[in-house]
Ligand binder design. Structure first.
Ligand SMILES: Nc1nc2c(ncn2[C@@H]2O[C@H](COP(=O)(O)OP(=O)(O)O)[C@@H](O)[C@H]2O)c(=O)[nH]1
Ligand SMILES: [Mg+2]
Length: 355
């Protein structure tokens, strides 16, 4: 008898995630001027954007896509020796430095804040290196103060947004008794109080219904943040001289992987002799929508997903061994795709065929 799906197989009803529901997510590098944002960006991308000792030198956000290293992907490529290999990538934007007062337009603040609004997560670079040649906008090196400065700007911008929203809602509420308007108004008041308390939106304990509404706002402090403390290479070298190159190489892939996970991206694989490919999707994506990242027909005509777990394939060595062990599973429309699933989609659209 085939194994019956037990309770523990059922996906727990997860709370929705704050942020955009999309598979095209990106992370932005944010911080004060001269903290090392562009330097970090250049290292990560190996692109040569000039890192100059001058605030406001980067006005247009610079974009780059960097590969996400993954041993599972490498292993699959070894196994299938495919003609084409496509790994996952993280899109990173180098955003120009924010200064105190940015929320009120200081230092082209509004333009830069709109660039932050367009990303799904933040690499917040903090300067911990001392260097007389590199000016600090507040004269002294103090990463904790800097963290607060940026945090405060983002919160003030969010307060402004929510305040405007409250005023709009109040106008609408005079004309309509729509319950949704009242719910949104209550939430906005709650969010405003939370921000005025000095707390970022992402730290709030919001209900599922609140999160659905918050996700239509794209608030700056709702975005996930990864803090990167930029310390002097010299300080680092003094202590760990011979290990430095190794540490350097490890740290960068780790930062990329951390950023990728922080914005709630995962990926599933398609694997065969033609191609091994990572398909990135947002966490909580169901099988038909995951199929849709490959082709809209796959979503429209979705029949089922045949799923192998990477660990099972690695342990058993081949697809046929996984099948023989009864671990090759058919999943339906409600299946929530998990990171590292190896999937073969079956679909049917009129006039189309099976993959
Ligand atoms: N001494 C030292 N200088 C650095 C470090 N990181 C960046 N810099 C220098 O600081 C200046 C500003 O860096 P940049 O990356 O352009 O800062 P951004 O304004 O945050 O993009 C440049 O001259 C960099 O070479 C570091 O770790 N130590
Ligand atoms: Mg820069």
């Amino acid at each position: 008898m085939p194994p019956k799906a037990s309770k523990k197989d059922a996906a727990p009803a997860e709370r929705p995630i704050l942020g955009r529901f999309s598979s095209h997510l990106k992370i932005g590098i944010v911080g004060l001027p001269n903290v090392g944002k562009s330097t970090f960006f250049n290292i990560v991308t190996k692109l040569s954007i000039p890192a100059e000792n001058f605030p406001f030198c980067t006005i247009d956000p610079n974009e780059a896509r960097v590969y996400v290293p993954d041993e599972r992907f490498d292993w699959l490529c070894q196994l299938y020796k495919p003609k084409s290999e496509v790994s996952a990538y993280l899109e990173i934007n180098d955003i120009a430095g924010l200064v105190r007062g940015a929320h009120a337009g200081e230092g082209l603040g509004n333009a830069f804040l709109s660039h932050i609004r367009a990303v799904d997560g933040i690499f917040h670079v903090l300067r911990a290196f001392e260097d007389k040649e590199v000016t600090h906008i507040d004269d002294t090196v103090d990463p904790v103060r800097d963290l607060e400065t940026i945090g405060e700007e983002l919160r003030l911008k969010d307060i402004e947004f929510v305040q405007n929203k409250i005023e709009d809602l109040e106008k609408s509420m005079k004309r309509s008794n729509d319950k949704q308007l009242k719910l949104e108004h209550e939430l906005c008041e709650k969010v405003k109080a939370h921000l005025e308390d000095g707390k970022d939106v992402r730290f709030g304990d919001w209900k599922s219904a609140d999160i659905e509404i918050l996700n239509t706002f794209q608030l700056l402090t709702a975005k996930p943040v990864v803090y990167l403390v930029n310390m002097s290479e010299k300080d680092y070298q003094r202590k760990k001289n011979k290990f430095l190159p190794k540490i350097h190489a490890c740290v960068i892939p780790k930062i990329i992987k951390t950023g990728f996970a922080a914005i709630h991206l995962i990926y599933f694989f398609t694997a065969g002799p033609d191609e091994v490919k990572c398909w990135q999707i947002r966490r909580q994506t169901k099988a038909p929508q995951a199929a849709g990242t490959i082709h809209t027909d796959f979503e429209r005509g979705f029949i089922c997903a045949e799923v192998m777990k990477f660990d099972d394939l690695k342990e058993l060595g081949s697809e046929s061994a996984v099948k023989a062990a009864g671990k090759y599973r058919q999943e339906g429309k409600t299946y929530v795709v998990q990171d590292g699933d190896i999937i073969f989609f079956k679909f049917n659209v009129s006039g189309g065929g099976k993959k």
